[in-house]
Design a protein around this ligand. Structure first.
Ligand code: SDX
Length: 434
């Protein structure tokens, strides 16, 4: 994509530099600053990358002002209503929705990569049973790189495709094993006659002593949750995967770095934090205590945040939050939990926050994490596992973004610079004189 426009930067004593402006297919134009340092001796300064496009990408488009999310051009609302997770995974990886035949082949291949090397199962026993499952995920997924390091040439498109299949296919098995390990129950092996998400739920909640009964409504709800979390442009964990991959690191190690970043409460850990927040308010008195809680959030001296609210990009309602609220309602209804106190509390909190100028003026709306904890808890998923489910879903986005970066002719190792504010040059004084 290109444009003839240029930006002119005036600096120093009457100096000026012209910088090309580039246009994509949608969204903001970019000022190409690749020559800025060479021409001016200056860097740009953008901690948190609030105004920085770090790459070209054709995978996911977000319009934060209008609350739009498109995977390869398709609106998230249509994908969540009309497709299943593996169909969306195919789209994100390949750029087009699959035909029935392509989907059947993709599902067949994913299904037959769901088992893990038996020695991988031994990594779990090195962790305490009460370890946070995200710590286990970082370790076990990172260990996958030890099993495939020598059989992977990241510059070979076929090797990259096999790595993608292995990661998408094995994550449910690895996540379910982390859960089983934490509760001291035996690992469940995948069953090839089940759908991807039904297979995951059986590995999570099934036991060897009896057949697992699949609940299609609950499977559909979790499948939709996976779709909503599959990719999201250049978020913190995706940027971590790209940066790790830019050095040529093994894709399994790169995905492990993405899991580590996702763990943070400001990012993928927010759904766990949001549910814990709702639980705390409930303990303190529920809806009657919302006012007091909101006061704490507004208090600049407190570090209390309304978890599940706010977003770096969405300055409107996160479209995924709307779909997540619908899914929560469906699941609670299916389980006869319509009167779930935490769901009622979340609805009340959302209503109050959306009418409060503190949130309105800062354009703080519910994000994908605000409701996802409630629906996952209703599905029987323990709070500590929420971010593992997020990582399971986001793996397809991470690997697609990694693949796009590796195959991008413009890609180089990522190496940001800095504005140095430390001590200027000085000489060491012998310790006897210090
Ligand atoms: C995800 O990037 C992605 O795409 C992420 C994600 C994905 O799919 O990959 O969408 C998933 O990470 C969703 C976000 C989940 N995190 C949370 O719900 C945690 C709570 N939210 C915040 O921590 C915060 O909103 C962020 C981190 C999400 C965004 O922060 P920004 O863009 O850096 O905004 P900011 O911190 O500069 O806040 C702007 C103002 C500040 O107030 P002032 O200093 O201007 O007075 O809004 C306030 C903040 O204090 N603010 C909040 C708030 N979020 C921002 N105040 C109370 N509660 C909040 N949640």
């Amino acid at each position: 994509m290109g444009s003839n426009d240029k930006a002119v930067l005036n600096y120093g004593e009457g100096q000026a530099v012209e910088l090309p402006i580039m246009s994509g297919s949608m969204g903001p134009d970019v000022v190409d600053i690749r020559q800025l340092y060479a021409k001016t001796g200056m860097f740009t300064y953008d901690p948190g990358f609030m105004s920085t496009a770090a790459c070209r990408s054709a995978i996911t488009y977000i319009d934060g002002d209008t609350g739009v999310l498109l995977y390869r051009g398709y609106p998230i609302e249509q994908l969540a209503q009309q497709c299943d997770f593996l169909e969306v995974a195919y789209l994100i990886l390949n750029g087009e929705l699959p035909s029935a035949e392509q989907k059947a082949k993709f599902v067949y291949t994913v299904t037959r990569h769901t088992m893990v090397h038996d020695q991988l199962t031994r990594f779990y026993s090195g962790f305490r049973r009460d370890s946070h499952p995200m710590a286990v995920m970082v370790g076990v997924v990172g260990a996958l790189s030890a099993f495939y390091h020598d059989s992977l040439d990241i510059n070979d498109p076929h090797h990259r495709e096999v790595a993608a299949f292995r990661l998408v296919a094995k994550m449910p098995t690895i996540v379910a094993m982390a859960y089983k390990y934490s509760i001291g129950l035996p690992f469940m092996y995948p069953k090839n006659d089940l759908s991807y998400t039904a297979n995951f739920m059986r590995m999570m909640f099934g036991v060897p002593t009896e057949d697992y009964v699949v609940n299609d409504v609950l499977v559909r709800a979790l499948d939709r949750i996976l779709i909503l979390h599959a990719d999201h442009e250049q978020n913190a964990s995706t940027s971590t995967v790209r940066l790790a991959g830019s050095s040529g690191a093994n894709p399994f190690a790169c995905i492990a770095s993405g899991i580590a970043c996702l763990w943070g409460p400001a990012h993928g850990g927010a759904n766990e934090a949001a549910l814990n927040m709702l639980g705390d308010i409930q303990k303190q008195g529920g809806v009657a205590k919302i006012g007091e809680f909101i006061r704490q959030v507004k208090d600049k001296n407190s570090t209390v945040k309304l978890m599940g609210f706010g977003h770096r990009v969405y300055k409107n309602y996160d479209p995924r939050a709307k779909l997540m609220r619908e899914t929560t309602h469906e699941v609670l209804h299916e389980l006869g939990l319509q009167d779930d106190p935490l769901f009622k509390l979340a609805i009340a909190l959302e209503k109050i926050a959306l009418e409060d100028d503190y949130f309105v003026s800062r354009k703080l709306y519910p994000n994908v994490d605000f409701y996802s904890g409630i629906v996952q808890r209703a599905l029987g998923i323990p709070t500590a596992m929420f971010t593992c489910i997020f990582a399971l879903a986001r793996t397809v986005g991470w690997i697609a973004q990694w693949n796009e970066m590796i195959s991008d002719s413009e890609q180089k190792i990522g190496r940001p610079r800095q504005l140095f504010t430390g001590a200027t040059r000085r000489d060491v004084v012998p310790i006897a004189q210090r």
